[in-house]
Design a protein around this ligand. Structure first.
Ligand code: SAM
Ligand code: SF4
Length: 331
């Protein structure tokens, strides 16, 4: 059986699976304060439908699944879903991205279900600033969730920080220091144009200046061997001398990593989007609900490969490419 290779010779081995577009937070760069009109439940793929797509893709070489949302931990039955993904032959890595609000109560069960990798979004270490960004007074719950995840054995724990100029970029040093205290992998993510163009223009900060700031303060950053390869996509990883944690930069906007892109995104309503910044999508839901065969699902996967754009064009066309939100796409 042929593997999932697109016309530009990129091998698709990684699928980000959004299990819901709902969320219990309202991060300023992701969603309006009043929320969004959520996709009706009947239009969201059932776990069995999601598993079927992943299973067929795994037969064609898919290796890694990231479960995301919206907030994946608000969907009922998520632990059982993780367990079932973990049993799919060929899937050798399952990760989950969460805002950690429910992590304290769920970390242990998720770990037992076979989840080993967690990405936690934490845009500020200052509870007041954090509550302004996520529009909820909830820092302690999130921090407790992170510590619980560490306690039950998640390794590595990755902390995602979307950096915005004038919002949280004064905390760069505090986050770098976190990697000296904890074995966490702190990853600064470039703010991508999403939801609010004016805000993006005002607060987008390209990363070279941040790297320069960190090196001025802490000295030359030591690249982490091998960590900049493979499934890390656009991340560049470093370690401060003697630090247990790792520091990563995800050049989501300023660097072109499209030629090595290995991922696609399955939306909660059953489309596969081959590129975050393209509206091109292949619908799987209708075919599945009309009783299609596994071979037909494979045919749809081939269509995804065929329409995957070579390049995101964000540098020439950012406003037009701007996403209404990330919640259906999982970031
Ligand atoms: N709710 C979960 C969470 O926040 O971790 C998972 C879904 S969220 C859409 C996935 C990731 O996308 C988060 O780390 C979030 O910070 C990031 N994200 C959302 N909007 C973004 C933007 N405009 N630019 C960069 N990252 C963004
Ligand atoms: Fe929710 Fe995650 Fe978006 Fe924040 S980034 S509003 S936690 S989906």
């Amino acid at each position: 059986m042929s593997s999932l290779v697109d016309p530009y010779s990129r091998s698709i081995t990684y699928m980000r699976v959004s299990v819901t577009d709902r969320c219990n937070l309202r991060c300023v760069y992701c969603m309006p304060e009043e929320g969004l009109s959520w996709t009706p439940t009947q239009d969201i793929l059932s776990y069995d439908e999601l598993l079927r797509i992943i299973r067929v893709a795994a037969k064609r070489g898919l290796q890694k699944v990231r479960i995301t949302g919206g907030e994946p931990l608000v969907r009922k039955g998520i632990v059982g879903f993780v367990e079932q993904v973990n049993q799919i032959e060929g899937i050798n890595e399952i990760a989950l991205t969460t805002n950690a609000v429910f992590l304290k109560e769920m970390a242990s069960d998720l770990h037992k279900a076979g989840l080993k990798r967690l990405n936690i979004s934490l845009d500020s270490l200052d509870p007041k600033k954090f509550s302004e960004i996520v529009r909820r007074d909830i820092f302690d719950m999130v921090w407790d969730g992170i510590e619980e995840a560490e306690k039950v054995g998640f390794e590595p724990i990755k902390i995602n920080v979307v950096l915005q100029q004038g919002v949280n970029d004064h905390e760069v040093v505090d986050f770098v220091n976190l990697t000296r205290r904890k074995p966490y992998h702190v990853r600064f993510i470039e703010y991508m144009p999403c939801a609010n163009w004016e805000m993006w223009k005002k607060t987008y900060r390209p990363f070279q200046a941040v790297v320069d700031e960190v090196e001025t303060r802490f000295g030359h950053l030591i690249p982490v061997n091998g960590a900049n390869e493979g499934n890390n996509g656009p991340a560049e990883n470093f370690r401060l001398p003697g630090a247990p944690g790792v520091l990563g930069f995800i050049h989501a906007v300023s660097h072109d990593f499209c030629d090595t892109c290995n991922r696609v995104r399955l939306t909660a309503d059953g489309q596969i989007r081959p590129c975050l910044f393209s509206e091109i999508a292949v619908d799987f839901r209708e075919a599945i609900r009309n009783g299609c065969s596994d071979e037909e699902i494979e045919g749809l996967l081939d269509q995804v490969l065929y329409v995957k754009p070579l390049y995101h064009e964000l540098d020439v066309n950012a406003e037009e490419k701007m996403l209404p939100t990330m919640v259906n796409l999982g970031g």
